[in-house]
Ligand binder design. Structure first.
Ligand code: HPA
Length: 273
């Protein structure tokens, strides 16, 4: 497969024709956080399976559709269903969603995810505005020929998580009932949850939360200069913090339990971007 500029433009043009206009903001919804899609007014929904050069969703708790419409008076495009490396996609394939959203002309990207709390002062149901990440494992989604039209061979990552959007999210947290922290997301490829020893290592290395998504999207967005706001929902304490096994049911349950305030919080952020 030749992942050149036109490869991403084809699905972009296809979607623009379906939507009839350009979205301003893109949103990728994490595990158990797909209900946000119901907030989209005057929705035009396109299943991933209809989109040329796109991927199919396989993960639990992910619907697999692109939804265009209005939230808080802004035109948004919402991806309900994301793609993870543990599903078996090649890293290059994982560039597709963000590059297609970029091709639609968005000016900001909001990412949400479910994550395990490594920082023991965090609690399940808390939110973490991601300030930075650590990814020590797995190759970069930018491996392979560089797409020069999108960005440089060696992109800067020092402002990958937009300082302006982080500041906005922290300010708006003051009027939300949610407890919102700011911290470092540690990427682990999964699909198995981490071992207690891995979590101790992650904590020693500076991780506040751990998860299996988001980072490939952020790297792809940084490459094409797309400002990102990433929000992690602490769905569980990470392995070994409590003496209980981790389950995907617990992850979905906690995500569901904060649905209302989290939806309000994200709506408020969109209104102010
Ligand atoms: N580890 C990795 N990914 C996760 C976790 C976790 O504890 N919780 C939700 N996603």
């Amino acid at each position: 497969m030749n992942y050149n500029y036109d490869f991403y433009k084809i699905p972009g043009d296809f979607l623009l024709e379906k939507f009839g206009e350009k979205p301003e903001i893109g949103i990728i919804l994490g595990s158990g956080l797909g209900h946000f899609a119901a907030q989209v007014k005057n929705a035009v929904t396109v299943p991933y399976s209809d989109i040329p050069n796109f991927l199919r969703s396989t993960a639990i708790g992910h619907a697999g559709q692109m939804i265009f419409g209005e939230v808080s008076g802004k035109k948004v495009v919402c991806m309900s269903g994301r793609f993870h490396s543990y599903e078996g996609y090649g890293m290059e394939e994982l560039t597709i969603p963000v590059r297609v959203l970029k091709a639609l002309g968005i000016r900001a990207l909001i990412l949400t995810n479910a994550a395990g709390a490594v920082n023991v002062s965090y609690k399940p149901g808390d939110i973490m505005v991601i300030s930075d990440h650590i990814k020590l494992m797995g190759v970069s989604p930018l491996c392979g020929p560089n797409v020069d039209e999108l960005g440089p061979r060696f992109p800067d990552m020092s402002h990958a998580y937009s300082p302006k959007l982080r500041k906005l999210a922290l300010r708006l947290a003051e009027s939300s009932p949610l407890t919102v922290h700011e911290g470092v997301y540690f990427f682990m490829p999964g699909p198995q949850y981490e071992t207690p020893a891995e979590i101790r290592a992650i904590r020693a290395l500076g991780g506040d939360a751990v998860g299996m998504s988001t980072v490939t999207e952020v790297i792809t967005a940084a490459h094409c200069s797309l400002p990102v706001l990433a929000l992690s929902v602490m769905t569980n304490m990470a392995a070994g913090v409590l003496d209980v096994p981790l389950t995907s049911e617990e992850v979905i349950e906690t995500a569901n339990s904060i649905e209302r305030p989290f939806t309000e919080y994200v709506r408020d952020i969109i209104a102010n971007i």
